[in-house]
Design a protein around this ligand. Structure first.
Ligand code: PCA
Length: 189
């Protein structure tokens, strides 16, 4: 197997949560999974800036693929995201204090992009590992979607493939299960 580079990102805490399990899970992953060498990156929960930092890191490490992880409080399954939409709209501000109500991510961009990693296969692999998993068609309209949409827009028509996985709060799914879910998802790429 030819070695390949995967940029994998997690988010800082935001809102009412003191810990973001997405970064805790990413941090705990091994450096190598199958043919993939992982480059890990912690992202701020800020519109625009998270995507900018991920784009820079993808360039610096020569990423063949990018898998982003984020917290979806209230969900009880691990949910690979099939779509990123061109919208910023959330009741809470980002960690820089910016509140967006119905703005586009990219003023001239298309309405949406489908994820370019095999999210259905990744969902099946997580499920097969005995962890609750469901393919999702909405990553929301907060910073996670902002990151996913921007990366899909930037790498549209290129060889660099992109997807996003939302994971539950630790009270709804133990961290070890989220870590195993990410490993299963990466093995399925
Ligand atoms: N979840 C938020 C942003 C950061 C995170 O972990 C979201 O779903 O948009």
């Amino acid at each position: 197997m030819e070695p390949k580079t995967l940029l994998i990102t997690g988010f800082a805490p935001f809102g009412a949560e003191a810990v973001n399990p997405s970064w805790e899970a990413v941090k705990a992953l091994p450096e190598h999974i199958g043919a993939w060498t992982l480059h890990k990156l912690l992202l701020p929960v800020e519109y625009g800036r998270a995507a900018k930092l991920a784009l820079k890191a993808a360039e610096d490490c020569g990423a063949d693929a990018i898998l982003c992880a984020g917290l979806a409080a209230g969900r009880t399954a691990v949910t690979p995201e099939a779509v990123g939409v061109n919208a910023r709209d959330a009741a809470i501000p980002d960690n820089a204090g910016r509140k967006c109500e119905g703005e586009p991510v990219e003023p001239d961009g298309p309405a949406a992009f489908f994820s370019t990693l095999p999210v259905r296969r990744m969902t099946e692999a997580i499920h097969a590992a005995g962890i609750p998993a469901k393919l999702s068609y909405t990553a929301g309209t907060y910073v996670c979607n902002d990151l996913l949409y921007t990366l899909l827009c930037r790498f549209s028509g290129t060889q660099v493939r992109v997807a996003f996985v939302h994971i539950p709060l630790e009270k709804d799914l133990p961290l070890g299960e989220s870590i195993r879910a990410l490993i299963a998802a990466i093995e399925a790429i």
